[in-house]
Design a protein around this ligand. Structure first.
Ligand SMILES: Cc1cc2nc3c(=O)[nH]c(=O)nc-3n(C[C@H](O)[C@H](O)[C@H](O)COP(=O)(O)O)c2cc1C
Length: 178
């Protein structure tokens, strides 16, 4: 299957996750570059955005596009929604993964990933593929799992990409090959 990972990352966690996913899926990782990088947060909040620079890959040529990016204020980050707006029609299938702040336990809260995934699935309709969250909490040692400060300041990297995160990636990967 011909796949590509397309990602946006503000602080690095989703860039790292996109790289890991691309390695696992044996495909390229393509970075989304917002036209106004300093305005991603307000663009996400207001849904008014300057969009991304065009991607050079032929999105219609992929069987699956794995979109990867952070969640902000209960939504996918503006560069990811801008990508869907521009390439959603051309893409055959869009999967979504995120390294996010919300936890498995609170995924259905207002800012939880469960709610964001439900909205995104509705928006993508028949093109919606598999969705997986990689909460920052998974990266933390047991004694720091409920420490808000650690959650805010931890970025996904080689040192904290532990067995639990790897298993979640394997599970996502196996869903794509079904
Ligand atoms: C202003 C702000 C709002 C956020 N809102 C959410 C949210 O609604 N839900 C969530 O799960 N995570 C939320 N997060 C956490 C980010 O999704 C998380 O830090 C993510 O890993 C950042 O990815 P990056 O390092 O690739 O930029 C928020 C972070 C910031 C800074």
């Amino acid at each position: 299957m011909n796949m590509v990972v397309v990602y946006y990352s503000g602080k690095g966690s989703n860039k790292f996750l996109a790289g890991k996913a691309a390695d696992a899926l044996d495909c390229e990782a393509v970075e989304l570059k917002p036209r106004a990088p300093g305005l991603v947060m307000p663009a996400t909040a207001t849904k008014i955005s300057f969009g991304n620079k065009p991607v050079t890959q032929d999105i219609a040529g992929f069987d699956r596009v794995v979109l990867c990016g952070p969640l902000y204020m209960g939504s996918i980050a503006a560069p990811c929604s801008d990508f869907i707006r521009k390439y959603g029609k051309a893409a055959k299938r869009i999967d979504f993964i995120t390294c996010c702040g919300s936890t498995d336990e609170k995924k259905d809260d207002t800012f939880g990933y469960g709610r964001v995934f439900a909205k995104l699935k509705e928006c993508l309709g028949s093109k919606a593929g598999e969705f997986e969250a990689f909460p920052i909490q998974l990266l933390l040692p047991e004694d720091k799992k409920n420490n808000d400060n650690e959650m805010m300041n931890t970025r996904m990297n080689d040192d904290n990409f532990n067995e639990a995160v790897q298993q979640r990636l394997y599970s996502f990967q196996s869903k794509l090959s079904r």
